[in-house]
Design a protein around this ligand. Structure first.
Ligand code: GLN
Ligand code: ZN
Length: 776
C-alpha cells in the first residue's frame, strides 16, 4: 500500500493570532512592512514544520495570505483593478492592503454582520463575499473587457523557495482558473455586454506560465482548487473545464484538481475524465460519491480522499473512516492520498490552548493541529503498520468517540420528548396577519412611518473594557451589572431625546449576538481561543453546539424589563434566531442540522414567552444568516428553507396576537426566496436596502409582501451622516411599491460599530425624515 497524506491548506492566523496583531499594528503604522513580512515568514515556517512533523508527504505552499487568498491571487495574476490607479512606486503589499481595505481608510470594514460588508465610504475596497457556504469572506475580483493578466508578483515563488530552503517537499496550492473567474464580477462601464468567462482564453497562458515557473522550481505537484465543480454550473462553464485542463496539462507538472464542499453529481464523470494527474474529493460532504469516483477515475490518476472534516471541530471516528477507506484502497490497488475534506482555514488552530475547556467535551474535539495527527494515524493504520504509539492513540480516540456517543450531556430525553410532542400548529400564530395587525395597532398606538433601530447601540471602549475586566474576574458581577444597566439607561435616554417610537435596550451586555446566547444555553460551550479567520485580521469564535439544546433560565428578560421600566415608549425585546445561532456555530454532526435548529428554536420560544409575560409588547428575532445557510446546490434549497423557516416560526409563534414579532436580515438578495421569507410570517421585517437604492423593494412590491417592512434608510457601515432629504427620497420610493401604512423607518443594521456622535446625528435626521413623510 502507498498511502500518502497532505492538506489543502492550513489556518494562517497563528496559534495566538499573531498575524492579526501584526497586521493591525502594521495598519496603525507601528510595524514596518519588513517586520510584517517577517511575521508571515515565521508563521509559514512553523506551520510547515508542523505538517512535516505530522508525516505529511509534502507541505502546502500558497495557502498563506496577509489578508485573503483570492486577493493574493489577483495580485499574482496581475489583475488589480485599474480604478485603484496604482503606480509602480507603490509596494505590492501596500497595493494589496489598498485593494482589501480601500484607499485612505483607517477603519477596517465595519464588523457587523460578521464582516460581510466591504464598503467604507472613504475607499473603494474590493467587495467581499462569502466563500461558498462558509463564514470566510473573500475579496471579489473585478473583471472588465480591459482586464489583462500577467505573472505580476513573486510572492508565491518566493514562498516556494522558502519552503524548499527549509528542506520541505512542496505542493503548491492555488485557486483554479475557472473558480477564479467564477468568483469575480463583471465591472463594465455603461453596461456593455461582457462576460467574464470570455477572459479565460487570455488567462490560461498566464496559468501555463505560472505552472511552468513552479515546475522549474522543482515543484512536483500543484493543487488547483475548483470547488465550483460542486455547484449547478451553467453549460458554458462546464464545457470550459475540458479544454482548460487539457491546455494546463501540457505544462507537464502534476495537477491535483481539488473539489470540496459539495457533491459533484452531474459533474462527476466530467471531473474524473479531466486530463490531470490527481483528483481530491470531499468525503465528508459527499461520502455517497466515493465509490463512483473510485470507479470512474482512471487507475493511473491519484485519488485524494477528504476523510477528516475540514469544516467542523469534531474528532474523527477513525473506525468509521477506516471502514470507508479500506474498500476504496482496495479498488485503487492500495494507492490513496488522505486529506482533510477542505482547507483547515475553517477550523481553529489547536486544542492545546483550551485549558479551561471541560475535559469530556475537549476529548470530543479536533482542531487543525489535532486533525494533522488524525491523518497520520489513519495512514499508519490503513497501511497496516501502526506502532505502539499509534495503537495507543487509536485506543484514546475510540474511547473518546464512544464517550461522546453515550454521554448524558449530549442526549437529554426531555428535549427530544418536547420536540416529539410539538403540535403540528406549533409554528402558527393564533390569527392571520390582518387580524394581528389590527390588534397590535390598537395596542401600540404608533404613528405612521414608525421609527426604530435594529438593536445594538455603540459598543464604546468603556463597555468593552467592563466586559473584558468582568471576564478576567476583575470586575465583580454586581458591579458589571450596574454598569451595563447604566449603559442601558443611557441608551434609552438618548432614544427618547431623539424621539424614536420603538426603543431598544442597546445590547451593551452582549459580546456577540450568537455567543451571548451560546454561553447561556445548555448543550453549547464557548472556547477560549477557538478563533477562525473571517476576513483580513478579523476572526470569529463560534460556539460549539455539542448536545441537546435547552434554556436553563431566561437570557434577556431582566435587561429588557429594566429597559422598559425606564420609558413609556414600547421597548423591543431582542433575540437571535435559531437559524443564525446554528449558522454561526460549530454544530454537532450526530444528528441532522434541522433537529438542532428546532431545539434552539424551542429555547428561543421560551424566551419569547417569558418576554411577553414580562409585558414586552414587541420582540425582534434576528435572522441575518437565513440566506447564507442556503445549500450550494439549488436542488436542496426547498428542504433547507422548509426547516429553517419552520424553526423561526416555532420560536416566534408562541407569541399572542397582540405581541408584535419583528425579524431582521442584513442583506439585499431576497428575490429568489421571497415566498419563504414571507412564510416566516413576522409582523415586521427590517432589511438592508439603502445601498441598493431600494432596488430590492421592487421584488417585495411585485410579490406583494403581505406584512410590514422596514427597509433600511441608511447605511450603518459608513461613518457618513445620512441627509434627511436622501432618506425621504428613499422612503418615497419605497412608498411606491409598499403600502405606506406598512412602512417602518430604521437604519440598515445594528449600530454597535459606530460612535455615539454620528449615531445621534444620523438618527436625528432619520426621525426628521419620518416626520416629513407623515406630514406629506
Ligand atoms: N440586533 C443586532 C444588532 O443590532 C442585529 C445584528 C445583525 O443583524 N447582524 O446588532
Ligand atoms: Zn443586520
Amino acid at each position: 500500500m502507498t498511502i500518502r497524506t497532505h492538506i489543502l491548506g492550513f489556518p494562517r492566523i497563528g496559534a495566538a493570532r499573531e498575524l492579526k496583531s501584526a497586521l493591525e499594528s502594521h495598519w496603525r503604522g507601528d510595524v514596518s512592512e519588513a517586520a510584517l513580512e517577517a511575521v508571515g515568514q515565521q508563521l509559514r515556517a512553523r506551520h510547515w514544520a508542523q505538517q512535516r512533523d505530522a508525516g505529511l508527504a509534502c507541505v502546502t505552499v500558497g495557502d498563506f495570505a496577509f489578508y485573503d487568498q483570492v486577493a493574493s491571487h489577483i495580485q499574482l495574476l496581475g489583475c488589480e483593478p485599474a480604478r485603484f490607479g496604482f503606480d509602480a512606486a507603490q509596494s505590492p503589499l501596500s497595493r494589496y492592503f489598498t485593494m482589501a481595505r480601500g484607499a485612505g481608510s483607517d477603519a477596517d470594514h465595519a464588523g457587523c454582520c460578521h464582516g460581510r460588508h466591504a464598503h467604507d465610504a472613504s475607499g473603494h475596497a474590493l467587495e467581499m463575499s462569502k466563500w461558498f457556504d462558509t463564514n470566510y469572506h473573500y475579496l471579489v475580483p473585478e473583471f472588465s473587457p480591459l482586464t489583462r493578466f500577467s505573472l505580476a508578483c513573486e510572492r508565491l515563488f518566493d514562498e516556494v523557495a522558502e519552503a524548499q530552503a527549509l528542506g520541505h517537499e512542496v505542493k503548491a496550492a492555488l485557486i483554479g482558473p475557472l473558480t477564479f473567474l467564477w468568483l469575480g464580477k463583471e465591472k463594465t462601464a455603461g453596461g456593455s455586454e461582457f462576460h467574464r468567462l470570455a477572459l479565460l482564453e487570455q488567462l490560461l497562458p498566464v496559468y501555463g506560465a505560472l505552472l511552468d515557473r513552479l515546475k522549474r522550481q522543482g515543484v512536483a505537484w500543484v493543487q488547483l482548487d475548483e470547488p465550483i465543480l460542486g455547484l449547478d454550473l451553467p453549460n458554458a462553464w462546464r464545457s470550459a473545464f475540458e479544454s482548460t485542463y487539457w491546455q494546463l496539462n501540457q505544462v507537464g507538472i502534476n495537477i491535483l484538481l481539488a473539489t470540496y464542499f459539495s457533491p459533484l453529481e452531474e459533474n462527476l464523470s466530467l471531473t474524473c475524465r479531466l486530463p490531470v494527474a490527481g483528483l481530491h474529493v470531499d468525503g465528508i460532504r459527499a461520502p455517497h460519491e466515493l465509490i463512483s469516483v473510485t470507479d470512474w477515475l482512471p487507475a493511473h490518476k491519484v485519488l485524494s480522499i477528504g476523510i477528516v472534516d475540514g469544516r467542523n471541530i469534531w474528532r474523527t471516528d477513525l473506525d468509521a473512516a477506516l471502514a470507508v477507506l479500506r474498500p476504496l484502497a482496495a479498488r485503487r490497488n492500495g494507492q490513496l492520498w488522505l486529506a482533510p475534506s477542505c482547507s483547515l482555514l475553517h477550523v481553529p488552530f489547536s486544542l492545546e490552548a483550551e485549558t479551561d475547556l471541560d475535559g469530556d467535551i475537549k476529548s470530543w474535539l479536533a482542531f487543525a493541529t489535532e486533525k494533522l495527527a488524525e491523518l497520520a494515524l489513519l495512514k499508519d493504520v490503513l497501511a497496516g503498520h501502526p506502532d505502539d504509539a499509534a495503537l495507543a492513540a487509536l485506543a484514546v480516540s475510540r474511547r473518546a468517540i464512544a464517550g461522546r456517543r453515550a454521554s448524558p450531556r449530549v442526549h437529554r430525553a426531555p428535549v427530544a420528548q418536547r420536540l416529539q410532542a410539538l403540535s403540528p400548529t406549533a409554528d402558527r400564530r393564533d390569527s392571520g396577519f390582518p387580524l394581528r395587525q389590527a390588534v397590535q395597532h390598537a395596542r401600540l398606538q404608533l404613528p405612521h412611518f414608525p421609527t426604530t433601530t435594529i438593536g445594538s447601540f455603540p459598543q464604546t471602549p468603556a463597555i468593552r473594557a467592563a466586559r473584558a475586566s468582568h471576564h478576567r474576574g476583575d470586575l465583580p458581577a454586581a458591579e458589571y451589572q450596574r454598569q451595563m444597566r447604566a449603559e442601558i439607561a443611557h441608551a434609552v435616554e438618548r432614544q427618547e431625546a431623539l424621539g424614536l417610537d420603538v426603543l431598544v435596550h442597546g445590547e451593551a451586555e452582549r459580546n456577540d449576538m450568537v455567543e451571548y446566547f451560546g454561553e447561556q444555553l445548555d448543550g453549547c460551550v464557548s472556547t477560549r481561543h477557538g478563533w477562525v479567520q473571517s476576513y483580513g485580521s478579523r476572526c470569529v469564535k463560534p460556539p460549539v453546539i455539542y448536545g441537546d439544546v435547552q434554556r436553563p433560565a431566561a437570557m434577556t428578560v431582566a435587561w429588557t424589563v429594566h429597559a422598559q421600566s425606564l420609558t413609556h415608549k414600547p421597548m423591543k425585546g431582542m433575540l437571535t434566531g435559531p437559524v443564525t445561532i446554528l449558522q454561526w456555530s460549530f454544530v454537532r454532526d450526530d444528528q441532522p442540522r434541522a433537529t438542532t435548529a428546532l431545539q434552539i428554536a424551542l429555547a428561543i420560544r421560551d424566551e419569547v414567552q417569558d418576554l411577553e409575560t414580562a409585558g414586552i409588547g414587541i420582540i425582534q428575532i434576528d435572522e441575518p444568516a437565513i440566506r447564507e445557510g442556503l445549500p450550494l446546490r439549488r436542488g436542496q434549497w426547498d428542504a433547507y428553507l422548509a426547516w429553517a423557516t419552520r424553526a423561526f416560526r416555532i420560536a416566534a409563534s408562541v407569541a399572542q396576537d397582540a405581541t408584535q414579532i419583528h425579524t431582521h436580515m442584513c442583506y439585499a438578495e431576497f428575490n429568489d426566496i421571497l415566498p419563504q421569507i414571507a412564510a416566516m410570517d413576522a409582523d415586521v421585517i427590517t432589511l438592508e436596502t439603502s445601498r441598493s437604492d431600494m432596488q430590492l423593494l421592487a421584488g417585495f412590491g411585485a410579490f406583494q409582501y403581505p406584512n410590514e417592512i422596514g427597509p433600511g434608510v441608511y447605511d450603518i457601515h459608513s461613518p457618513r451622516i445620512p441627509a434627511t432629504a436622501d432618506m425621504v427620497k428613499l422612503l418615497q420610493k419605497a412608498s411606491t411599491v409598499i403600502p405606506p401604512a406598512n412602512l417602518w423607518v430604521n437604519p440598515d443594521c445594528g449600530l454597535k460599530t459606530r460612535g455615539w456622535a454620528e449615531t445621534e446625528a444620523a438618527l436625528r435626521n432619520m426621525v426628521e425624515a419620518a416626520r416629513q413623510m407623515r406630514a406629506a
